[in-house]
Design a protein around this ligand. Sequence first.
Ligand code: ZN
Length: 211
Amino acid sequence: MHIKGGTFGPVATNTYVVADRPGGSAAIVDPALGSQSWIEQTLARMDVTPVAVIDTHGHWDHVVENYLWTERGLPVWAHPADADWIAAPAPFNPALFGNPPPVPGADIAVELTEGDTATIGDLELKVIETPGHSPGCVVLLDEASGTAVVGDLVFAQGIGRTDFPRSDPGAMLRSLDRVFSELPGETPIHPGHGPWGTTLAEAERFARVFM
Ligand SMILES: [Zn+2]
C-alpha cells in the first residue's frame, strides 16, 4: 500500500490518500476541512486516479469535505451505523469545532462492514468493525503490506474519546482488545489524529493506560 497523509482543520484531523501503486488507483480517506487542494496535489504527485472516498467514521471533522468529491462523481464507502452523520455533517460539540457553516452531506454508496474487502485497484483493505468512539468506526487493514488505517480508535499516544453522543466506552475496550490481539504488533498505524507510522505495539503501551 502506498499512503500519504496530511493534517487539516480545527481539530487537526488526518486525511490520507491510499493507493495500490504509482499510476494506479486511490481512495481518499477522511477528507478533512481544507484538505482538498492537498489531496489534488497528492493524487497528481502519486499519479493515481481516485475511485472512492472512505470515511473511517461519521464524525464531522472526518466527513466534512466528502461532498467536494461526490460532486465529482466519487462514491462514499463507510459503515452504515454512522450513515446519518455522513448524510448531514454537523459538529455536535461547538466547544471543539466552533460553528462552521453547514455543508452538503453524502449517501453511503458502498457499506463497509465486518469482513468486507474494500478493493482499490490491486489494493485489498480488510474491514474490521471497531465501534466505541462512534458506532460506525472501522479499521482498514492491508494484509499484503501489514499496514492499518485506524481512524480514531487508537493514536500514537492515546485512544479515541468516548464521551461523545453515541460513544460506547465498553465497546471501545472490546474493539481495542480485539485489534491488539488480532493484528501483528509491528503493524504501522495511520490514525485520525496525531503522528502516523508508529507501530501498533508502541501505541498499545500508551493505550493500556486508558483501558
Ligand atoms: Zn472521531
